[in-house]
Design a protein around this ligand. Structure first.
Ligand code: MN
Length: 232
C-alpha cells in the first residue's frame, strides 16, 4: 500500500533540555479565560461555560522562528497563553476524564502565542461565522519548547507576561484562570475524545494588542523557557 500524495509533515514541539520531540496531534484553544482582579475579588466573577476553537498543528512556529505578518488583516493581535500538552493517555485516547484524573494526563507545558486576525474575528462574530480565518491561519501559533511535568511539577500559579521589544504589554498570573486546567481537560474530554499529542492553549490575560513588522515578542511564564518571536 502506498500513499497517493506525499505524507504530511508530523508537527511537533521540541522538548526542553532534550533532543526528543513531542508530536502534536491537535491544537485546542480556550476562549476568554482570565478575569483581571478575579482573585482579589474572591474569584468566579463570571463562569459561563468554557468555549473552544481550534488551530491547526501546522500553524505552530517553533524554535523561536519568525512570524510573517499575514495577508488579509490590518489588525493582528498577540495573546500570550500557557500551552498544556497531553500525554499518558491510552493509545485510543480517553473521553469523560474526571477532574481528579485530569492532571495525570498532562505531559508538559509550553509558552505559546495565539496570534489573532482581530479584524477578521470581529467580522466573524458580527456575521455569526466560524473563527478559523481569524485564528487558524499559517504561522498563527508561535510556541516554545515543551517542559515535562516531571520537571516542572503541576503549574497552577506563576507570572505570565508578554513584551513587545522592551515594553510589557500583557501581564497576569496563572492563578487568574477562570477555568482551571483540570476543569478544561475534563470539560473538553466530554466534547471530544482526547489523545496523546493534543495541545490546549488555555486563554490569555488582559493587555492584548496589535503587532507590527519588526516587533520582537517575548513570552514569559514562570518556570518555562521564554518564547522569542520576531514579526517580519
Ligand atoms: Mn486566545
Amino acid at each position: 500500500m502506498k500513499y497517493v500524495v506525499p505524507v504530511p509533515y508530523q508537527a511537533f514541539l521540541p522538548v526542553a533540555g532534550s533532543k526528543h520531540r513531542y508530536p502534536v496531534k491537535r491544537v485546542y484553544c480556550v476562549g476568554r479565560n482570565y478575569a483581571a482582579h478575579a482573585i482579589e475579588m474572591g474569584g468566579d466573577p463570571d463562569r459561563e461555560e468554557p468555549f473552544f476553537f481550534q488551530k491547526n498543528p501546522d500553524n505552530l512556529v517553533i524554535n523561536n522562528g519568525d512570524f510573517p505578518y499575514p495577508d488579509k488583516s490590518q489588525d493582528v493581535h498577540h495573546e500570550i497563553e500557557l500551552v498544556v500538552g497531553l500525554g499518558n493517555l491510552p493509545i485510543d485516547g480517553a473521553k469523560n476524564i474526571s477532574l481528579e484524573q485530569a492532571n495525570d494526563f498532562i505531559w508538559g507545558y509550553a509558552v505559546g502565542i495565539d496570534m489573532t486576525r482581530r479584524d477578521l474575528q470581529a467580522q466573524c462574530k458580527e456575521r455569526r461565522r466560524p473563527w478559523e480565518v481569524a485564528k487558524g491561519f499559517d504561522h498563527s501559533a508561535p510556541c516554545g519548547a515543551i517542559h515535562a511535568v516531571t520537571q516542572t511539577g503541576i503549574l497552577s500559579q506563576g507570572e505570565i507576561s508578554l513584551k513587545i521589544n522592551d515594553d510589557i504589554r500583557q501581564q497576569g498570573d496563572l492563578n487568574q484562570l477562570i477555568w482551571k486546567i483540570p476543569e478544561i481537560i475534563s470539560y473538553l474530554s466530554g466534547l471530544f475524545r482526547l489523545h496523546n499529542g493534543d495541545l490546549i492553549m488555555t486563554g490569555t490575560p488582559s493587555g492584548v494588542g496589535p503587532v507590527a513588522a519588526g516587533d520582537r515578542l517575548t513570552g514569559c511564564i514562570a518556570g518555562l523557557d521564554d518564547l522569542h518571536c520576531r514579526v517580519i
